[in-house]
Design a protein around this ligand. Structure first.
Ligand SMILES: Cc1cc2nc3c(=O)[nH]c(=O)nc-3n(C[C@H](O)[C@H](O)[C@H](O)COP(=O)(O)OP(=O)(O)OC[C@H]3O[C@@H](n4cnc5c(N)ncnc54)[C@H](O)[C@@H]3O)c2cc1C
Length: 371
């Protein structure tokens, strides 16, 4: 039997960020992952560190996302210094374009609500009109009526983030055990054992961060993670000269010059196929926003599955029946990487989740049946 201070199940962005944070806190960590056969949102996402739409009607989520965004620059600097991997983080604010006055009205109401709900925490935003945007964004289409802007948003090369977290985890002495699917476990308070890499792995703490795999794993540990897949499709153009100074919600230019267009939100179960009609919708909206995009070739496209909780908010929990077992689930694992490494992992290391995370418990779904 190999003993560790903590086991993390799931080597995607969520599990690796938490493992990195735990190993930085001095814990000996085993990170167990199923491998390339898995559905992996961490390899198919859009790369936004995005705040402006997060937590409408759920101020605790707005706050958590903001705290993550605040900690992102230090995480990026630390990872770059320790691993030599450049993450390409640009976090000088972001725009969400509105096509037509109706979208502007809806967006304005949304941003006002975000600001109201932020209370003392504050929420800075501006609505920009077409002329202001045209001065900022070369080639803006006439269909764009306005946009919302907040200073908190940004984007990053999320594959490099994934790589840097793994590299940083290994450099801090972490043990990565790939090609190991956890299907059963010995579970007792403060005593968890699973099979991985041909050995029995034991630890007093365990974190379930297996993405869509958490739905099946959580009940074994007295937890609940009713996450479902939600498909997103992304298109990538050939490289072009650098045009925009900041990321736009569904259109972002990478530092290398490609332009990413995305991403759909489709309820199709575990189907990862690409659909021409959805790709057309994505491309049509992008060309309405910037007509010159029609001249560029699409060089890559893919579909991937988000890890979606029933109400879209993250699920963080510690098991009441088996203290020492935790779970983390979310659909914004890039944005929340800062929070997972720098805030969530220290809580697990200290042995209890902060009461500020209580509203994220899956107990919120235990609504009593009406008589
Ligand atoms: C199209 C698209 C666009 C997105 N855009 C953004 C964005 O712009 N910004 C943002 O913040 N987020 C974005 N996301 C979301 C983000 O990618 C995810 O939140 C994040 O990757 C989820 O990471 P995860 O580790 O929870 O899940 P995953 O990446 O799915 O990783 C889970 C891991 O668990 C392992 N596993 C599963 N079951 C088991 C088991 N039983 N035993 C062992 N291992 C197991 C799997 O091997 C897998 O590696 C996007 C997602 C998609 C699909």
């Amino acid at each position: 039997m190999r003993r560790f201070d903590a086991i993390v199940i799931g080597g995607g962005l969520v599990g690796t960020a938490i493992s990195y944070g735990l190993s930085r806190a001095g814990l000996a960590v085993a990170l167990i992952d199923e491998g390339d056969v898995a559905y992996r949102a961490s390899r198919g996402n859009f790369g936004l560190v995005w705040v402006q739409t997060k937590g409408l009607g759920a101020p605790h989520y707005q706050r958590w996302t903001r705290r993550s965004a605040e900690t992102w620059p230090s995480l990026a600097a630390e990872l770059e210094e320790r691993t030599g991997v450049a993450l390409g983080l640009q976090q000088g604010g972001g725009l969400q374009l509105c096509l037509g006055d109706e979208e502007v009205d809806r967006r304005t109401a949304m941003m006002q609500q975000m600001q109201r709900e932020a209370g003392n925490f504050g929420f800075e935003y501006r609505m920009l009109d077409h002329d202001e945007l045209a001065a900022m964004l070369p080639g803006l289409g006439a269909a764009v009526s306005g946009a919302s802007w907040t200073p908190y948003d940004g984007h990053v090369n999320s594959l490099q983030l994934f790589h840097a977290l793994h590299k940083g985890f290994a450099a801090r002495g972490g043990t990565y055990l790939p090609r190991s699917t956890v299907t059963e476990a010995h579970v007792a308070p403060g005593d968890f054992r699973v099979q991985a890499g041909g050995d029995e792995i034991a630890a007093p703490k365990i974190v379930l961060a297996a993405g869509l795999g958490n739905a099946e794993l959580a009940p074994l540990f007295g937890l609940s993670a009713p996450v479902r897949p939600q498909r997103g499709q992304v298109l990538v153009t050939e490289r072009t000269t650098r045009v925009w100074p900041l990321p736009i919600g569904s259109i972002r230019q990478t530092p290398e010059g490609t332009i990413m267009l995305g991403s759909s939100e489709e309820e199709v179960g575990f189907d990862t196929s690409q659909k021409p009609e959805v790709m057309q919708q994505i491309a049509r909206r992008a060309v309405q926003s910037f007509p010159w995009l029609a001249e560029l070739q699409i060089v890559r496209a893919w579909a991937a599955l988000r890890v979606m909780p029933p109400d879209g908010l993250p699920i963080y929990d510690e098991s009441e029946r088996f203290p020492g077992a935790f779970t983390a689930n979310c659909h914004s694992g890039v944005t929340l990487a800062g929070a997972h490494a720098n805030l969530f992992a220290p809580m697990v290391a200290a042995g209890a989740l902060d009461p500020a995370l209580a509203p994220f418990s899956a107990r919120r779904f235990d609504v009593p049946q009406a008589a």
